[in-house]
Structures are given as C-alpha cells and as structure tokens.
Design a protein around this ligand. Structure first.
Ligand code: NAP
Ligand code: HSE
Length: 429
C-alpha cells in the first residue's frame, strides 16, 4: 500500500474550499498521477459552525492554525488564510519547525518574510511552494523555476491584479470615471477587504517581488518595489492614450540593470496592439523574456476559487511526486541582496497638462524639455477650454530624473495651469 500524502488545511474561504472540492472530485485521478493518495487529515478556520458548501466530515478540526501546523499526522501544511503576519506567519513557522512542507497562496507573507521562511525550510530540507500566490491559475512560478531555468531572464512584466485591469478596462470600454468603475468592481466583490491592496498596487507589488527573486536569484524585497496605484488615472488619460495608440495598464516590470535591480509596479502605457495592450477585464498576463527563449506570454485567470485552487493542487501534487525545488528556484542561502535601482532604465514618457492660452506657452514648455535633454517624439494640442489648452507630449526615450528636471522647469515658466500627468511608456512588442 503506497503511503498517502497527508494534508492539514488552514483557511476554508474561497481558495480553501476550492482545494477541498478538487480533492473530493478528483481523488482517484490525483492518486493515479502522483502514484499515491492525497488525503486531508485536519482543517482550521475561524468559525467552526460556518456552512462552507463542502463536507468536512472525517477531518479533524483545530481552532488554532498553529496547533494544526504542529500535528504529527500531517505531512504538508496548506496555508490559505492570508495576511503578512499573525496566524499565517505563526502557523507557517510552526509547520516548518515541526518538519512539514508548506503550500501557500499568500503573496503578502512571502513578499515580506519569504527569505527568512525559505532559509528555515531549507535548513531542514523542507519546501515552501507558492504557485497560487502569483497570478492565480497561471503556472508562472513553475515556468520560471523549471521551464526557463536555463535562461538569463532579461525582463519580467505583468498585469497581475485583475481588479485594477477590470477597472481600467471598464473606464475605457464603458466611459466610466475611476470612481464609477471602482464602485462597479466593489459591487461585484472583486476588491480586497482593504481596497488599497488592489488599487494602490500593493497586491501586484507583492507578486512582482516574488517573481523578481526567482528571475534574478535575489532575496525577495517588497520594500524595493516602486509602487504607484491607479487612483490618479482619469478617463481623459485613457482616451488620449488610446488616441495615440496606447492602453494604460497597472504594469509590473522587474529588470536587472547595471545599477541594480529595478522593480516597478505602476500605471504604464503599452502599445494597444501588444498582448498586454489587448488584455481585457479581470484576466492576468505575465510576460517573461529570456536570453535564449525570447519572449513567453502567459495569460489566464489570476484569481477565483477554481483557478487559485488549481495552482495549489499543482504544488501539492509536486510534493506527492517527490519534486523538491528550493523556494525561489535556488538555495535561499545563495540569494543575493540586490541593490535597488530606481527608474534606471530609460523609456519614452507620456505627459499631459493644461497650458494657459498665452502666446509662446507651448514654446516655453518645449524649451524646458530641451534644457532637460528630452527630445519630443509627438505633441498634440486639443480644443481650448476656459482659457486653458490641453497639451499632450510623447517624448523619446529619457530618464525619470530628466523628466523630473523638466517638470521643475515647467513650474518656473508660469504657463502650466494643471499639475502635469506623467506616465511611462513601456517598450513592449
Ligand atoms: P478568504 O475567503 O477570506 O478566506 C480566509 C480563510 O482563512 C477563512 O476561512 C477564515 O476563516 C480563515 N482564517 C482567517 N483568519 C484565521 C485565523 N486567525 N485562524 C484560522 N482561520 C483563519 O480568503 P481567500 O480568498 O480564500 O484567500 C486565501 C489566501 O489565498 C490569501 O493569502 C489570498 O491572498 C490568496 N489568494 C486568493 C485568491 C482569490 O482569488 N481569492 C487568489 C490568489 C491568492 P472563516 O471562514 O471562519 O472566517
Ligand atoms: N485581488 C487580486 C486581484 C486577487 O484582483 O487580482 C488575488 O491576488
């Protein structure tokens, strides 16, 4: 009789229930594929009496996830509670300390404590798997750690927060304001309990920090991610960008530069015809570029019961099969602490502002750009309103520092009526 793989699952919400459903529906298939039965032994959540729509018969119940993590009769602790500290961290540490492997969907926990947890796990030859933590159902962790392991990764990009992509798509397609699209996403239950995790770029920033660690052999460092949310994007920006052939996306980009590791999660313009530009609604997309493989585009559901549980099952099945890969694709002790390079890579920029309708106003702006060493690619002036003229400028490649210098110069001219909107244009094929 083959030894079963015994699970303890902490967290019986959207993802936890999804995992239990797959284990109920496909027990035989999973056993055939891995060569051993996969069994749930014990579960934990806050409220024991809650109807979760799945049978928990036959599973031991623990009120305390730490107690679950320490049980002698489980092999794998499956952490599906969430949160970057508190019970998720305590129980994960307890599981590793008592000799368990860990599967988690918790990007916040790993973005903040991944290095320490990986070192603890690897010191006792245990694994932490987290496919579901990044882009839900898309197997991007597997792609980076396994399929692309022979490449130097030159760039990692992604739209990794479905809620933000939904809001931006609805603004564009239905002409909604940011506030209207936000309220719609809220009504559909898309927003996290703290909406700033979504619209502030934090959730997607956590995911980017994890991908960057694998891609560049560095310690995950969420604090080094330059974060900017989508709250200041207006319908005007979306329309003007479309007019110039671009879409606005909350885009994560990680790239190793001569000055260190650049990690950005911010609204960017991407060509409307590119795969990222064509990504609609709540879907995620991750673009990986390697020196040998070229560009790989992965697209799929980044959240939801089925897709996220699918990723958790993939990790559990790897453990059942005896596949043991270091948390971030190489031994944690060897991960380097990367220097953070902020806005090191040159790019074209989109600038939108309103100018006072005076002779020479446009010339003064062009002069400031020239003095900051910035060359103009395209410039448009739209119909005047109340004595101000909306002006759109797309620059050639330049640095963020040069743009900041130009903005200071704009202030000195006295012709700029509104705070300029500045959005980076990511070069994407
Ligand atoms: P959820 O629906 O809010 O469920 C959380 C579960 O954790 C609940 O069952 C809750 O118990 C339990 N829990 C919370 N605090 C606890 C505590 N102190 N002790 C014991 N149990 C506790 O969350 P979710 O959407 O399933 O997300 C779970 C994890 O997956 C998070 O890390 C999240 O970021 C990640 N994730 C989610 C998705 C998604 O689409 N939902 C996608 C990717 C990753 P009660 O039910 O009794 O309240
Ligand atoms: N709130 C996330 C999103 C889902 O909107 O993509 C979980 O990562």
């Amino acid at each position: 009789m083959t030894t079963p793989l015994r699970l303890g699952i902490a967290g019986l919400g959207t993802v936890g229930v999804g995992v239990i459903k797959i284990l109920h529906q496909k027990a035989n298939l999973l056993a055939e594929r891995t060569g051993r039965p996969i069994e749930i032994v014990a579960v934990s959540a806050r409220s024991k009496g809650k109807d979760r729509g799945v049978s928990l018969d036959g599973y031991a119940w623990e009120d305390d996830p730490v107690a679950l993590a320490k049980r002698d009769d489980i092999d794998v602790f499956v952490e599906l509670m969430g949160g970057d500290s508190g019970p998720a961290k305590d129980a994960t540490e307890a599981a590793l300390a008592s000799g368990k492997d860990v599967v988690t969907a918790n990007k916040a926990l790993l973005a903040h404590h991944g290095q320490n947890l990986a070192e603890i796990a690897e010191a006792s030859n245990h694994v932490i798997r987290f496919e579901a933590a990044v882009a839900g159902g898309i197997p991007v962790i597997k792609a980076l750690t396994e399929g692309l392991a022979g490449n130097d990764i030159t760039r990692v990009m992604g739209v990794m927060n479905g809620t933000c992509n939904y809001i931006l798509t609805r603004m564009e397609n239905a002409g909604l304001t940011y506030e209207e699209a936000f309220a719609e996403a809220d009504g559909l239950g898309y927003l996290e309990a703290d909406p700033n995790l979504d619209v502030g770029g934090i959730d997607a920033g956590h995911k980017l920090a994890l991908l960057a660690a694998i891609a560049y052999g560095t310690q995950p460092d969420f604090d080094a991610v330059e974060l900017e949310g989508i709250g200041s994007i207006t319908i005007e920006d979306i329309r003007q960008a479309a007019d110039m052939g671009y879409k606005i996306k909350l885009l994560g980009v990680a790239q190793m530069t001569g000055r260190g590791l650049e990690q950005r999660m911010s609204p960017c313009l991407v060509p409307a015809t590119s795969p990222l530009g064509q990504l609609e609604g709540g879907t995620n997309m991750v673009v990986l570029e390697g020196d040998h493989v070229g560009q790989i585009v992965l697209r799929g559901a980044g959240a939801g019961e089925g897709p996220t549980a699918s990723a958790v099952l993939g990790d559990i099945m790897d453990i059942a099969r005896g596949i043991r890969i270091s948390t971030f694709g190489q031994p944690a002790a060897g991960l380097t602490k990367a220097r953070a390079a902020r806005a090191a890579i040159a790019a074209p920029y989109y600038l939108r502002m309103e100018l006072h309708d005076k002779p020479g106003a446009l010339a003064k702006i062009a002069t400031q750009l020239g003095e900051a060493g910035i060359s103009i690619d395209r410039m448009r002036q739209y119909g005047h309103n109340a004595g101000a003229a909306p002006v759109l400028i797309v620059t050639h490649k330049t640095t963020r520092n040069a743009v900041e210098d130009a903005l200071k110069g704009f202030d000195r001219t006295g012709v700029v009526a509104t705070k300029p909107v500045v959005i980076r244009i990511e070069t994407v094929e």
